[in-house]
Write a protein that binds this ligand. Structure first.
Ligand SMILES: NC(=O)C1=CN([C@@H]2O[C@H](COP(=O)(O)OP(=O)(O)OC[C@H]3O[C@@H](n4cnc5c(N)ncnc54)[C@H](O)[C@@H]3O)[C@@H](O)[C@H]2O)[C@@H](O)CC1
Ligand SMILES: Nc1ncnc2c1ncn2[C@@H]1O[C@H](COP(=O)(O)OP(=O)(O)O)[C@@H](O)[C@H]1O
Ligand SMILES: [K+]
Length: 498
């Protein structure tokens, strides 16, 4: 699979330049790759009897358009090119334009009055630098109001490729073919809604240029996942001794689901520390876990929980806190104690709110994996939900740099896994997961992976991937039950290992 990175405008441009300057790949060769791959996709999504109008701007995005025109022309008899600013053309575009003229491909400066079936938008790509006004704006508005199919090359023209904001006006594409890498603006703000179906094509830029980038954002794929080995001669301690702390009178299900997923995902031994008021119901539900019961008060842990944890913490290698707990002082104290220990810690749900009270403790040297959804991320960091939503990449990355021993799993319909400045994006939207309990399942898998993986980032990557793959169920998304996902974990593990 072609490794998919997401870059800002500047990084994407620097990578193009480095390919040309450092690796001496001529710009026209990259452009030819871009045009060939784009033409291939255009042929897949259109019919050759459809009419095509290619809009070419003043830069290399326009040059791509002219190269695409040259490649499509033999197959599409009704093909037309619009070049509004012939005098302003970039050097490469002048060369492409000469070839288009040699081939006698029809062109003109203005958008023709007739409507075309397909518009290929090559007005502006990664070089858009200011608001679109004047005749470009009119052209974009006219194309948007047509009922035709619009295919954008590299970016929907008018979308800022870093932040995804509309600059003046923007093409509403049905398809966008991104060249070499995804642009961050395709994933953020209005950009998300302007791309339509997004394709990514390899244009021959050396991969090393992506790998060497600081602050990488990469789409998580199966090649990034290295499931931990399970040696035949292993002992149960080989796979981690976990203590999962959680539960309250009205929420025994969360920790039960988390524990089931931890066990199905391969944890060595599992103990649940729960308030006494729910221990009976848990004992009836399952018998694979041990219980560390704590006196309760009003349905939640009593203050005895703090001493109980102190006395027992050294029996475990991994502690998770949060499933089915509540926001209160005991939760704060338990999180504080766990973070002061030398154990691997997983914080979920209200434990994330509690962590905020002693946030400097996240600068500990041992691994901490945090699994907030967007609102919990806001509780954890004090950053407003809307700010997180407008650039989750940046928020996740900044957090991971500030707390370098932590791995952040920022959950939403897309999940961002961040560690020491690198961000992975799990792009697997699934309405079946938009249900209470999905997060608890993930927490359990994280605990199990932490018990088995040597590397904390790998543990987080494996867990999020296993979670999402196990939720690929052949049933209606409305009917997902937590057990369906949990019972599918063994199939996922088997497939990933084979
Ligand atoms: N060798 C390369 O660098 C490659 C570049 N490629 C293509 O080149 C594109 C980037 O090319 P450029 O850097 O030339 O940038 P663009 O073609 O995206 O646009 C830059 C041009 O548009 C003008 N411009 C910017 N904003 C404007 C506005 N609001 N109104 C009017 N004019 C505006 C600029 O003055 C400049 O002339 C990529 O998106 C991609 O399509 C691909 O061919 C692959 C290889
Ligand atoms: N539409 C969706 N597409 C993909 N994943 C989703 C979607 N909705 C929720 N999820 C995933 O389900 C989990 C929900 O976690 P969370 O919000 O903590 O739920 P809860 O605490 O109720 O179990 C996260 O892993 C999230 O990424
Ligand atoms: K474009």
């Amino acid at each position: 699979m072609y490794p998919a990175y997401i870059h800002t405008q500047t990084t994407a441009r620097n990578i193009d330049h480095a390919a040309i300057k450092t690796y001496q790949i001529p710009s026209l060769i990259l452009m030819e790759h871009a045009a060939l791959k784009s033409a291939e996709i255009i042929e897949q999504i259109t019919n050759t009897n459809q009419s095509i109008c290619i809009l070419c701007g003043p830069g290399n995005n326009g040059a791509d358009g002219l190269a695409i025109a040259r490649l499509l022309q033999p197959k599409y008899p009704n093909l037309y090119v619009v070049v509004p600013e012939i005098k302003k053309m970039s050097e490469d575009e002048k060369i492409q334009f000469q070839m288009v003229q040699n081939l006698k491909i029809p062109f003109c400066k203005n958008l023709p009055n007739v409507t075309y079936d397909i518009y290929i938008d090559c007005l502006f790509g990664n070089g858009l630098s200011r608001d679109i006004t004047g005749f470009y704006k009119t052209m974009i508005q006219n194309v948007n109001t047509s009922q035709s199919t619009i295919i954008s090359i590299d970016m929907p023209s008018g979308i800022d490729s870093t932040m995804g904001n509309v600059l003046g006006c923007a093409i509403h594409a049905d398809y966008t073919i991104s060249l070499d890498c995804y642009k961050q603006g395709q994933w953020l703000n209005e950009g998300k809604n302007h791309c339509g179906k997004l394709y990514l094509v390899d244009i021959g830029i050396p991969q090393i240029l992506h790998q060497k980038c600081m602050d990488k954002i990469k789409i998580l794929n199966e090649e990034d996942i290295h499931l931990p080995n399970r040696p035949l001669n292993a002992h149960k301690s080989t796979f981690g001794k976990a203590l999962m702390i959680g539960g309250s009178q009205n929420m025994h299900g969360a920790i039960h689901m988390a524990s089931l997923s931890a066990y199905k995902s391969g944890i060595g031994t599992l103990t649940l520390m729960v308030p006494e008021c729910i221990s009976n119901v848990l004992a009836i539900k399952s018998d694979f876990y041990m219980l560390l019961q704590c006196a309760d008060r009003n349905g939640i842990f009593s203050s005895k929980a703090i001493d109980l944890l102190k006395q027992n913490i050294n029996n475990y290698s991994i502690i998770s806190i949060g499933n089915g707990m509540q926001k209160n002082n005991i939760t704060i104290a338990l999180v504080e104690q766990a973070l002061k220990s030398d154990k691997k810690i997983v914080l979920d749900a209200d434990a994330l709110w509690a962590a905020q009270k002693n946030i400097e403790l996240l600068k500990r040297s041992e691994t901490t994996i945090l699994t907030p959804h967007i609102k919990e991320m806001s509780d954890l960091t004090g950053i407003h939900v809307s700010t997180i939503l407008s650039n989750p990449f940046e928020v996740a990355r900044d957090f991971s740099k500030e707390y370098p021993s932590c791995v952040l799993i920022l959950k939403s319909s897309q999940t961002y896994i961040a560690h020491q400045g690198s961000v992975y994006v799990l792009d697997a939207q699934n309405a079946g997961l938009a249900k209470g309990g999905s997060g608890d399942i993930l927490c359990g898998i994280v605990v199990a992976m932490l018990g088995q993986c040597k590397d904390s980032l790998q543990a987080a990557l494996c867990a999020t991937y296993i979670h999402s793959q196990s939720a690929k169920l052949d049933i209606d998304s409305a009917s997902f039950m937590p057990e369906d996902i949990i019972n599918n974990i063994p199939n996922t593990l088997k497939r990933l290992r084979s």
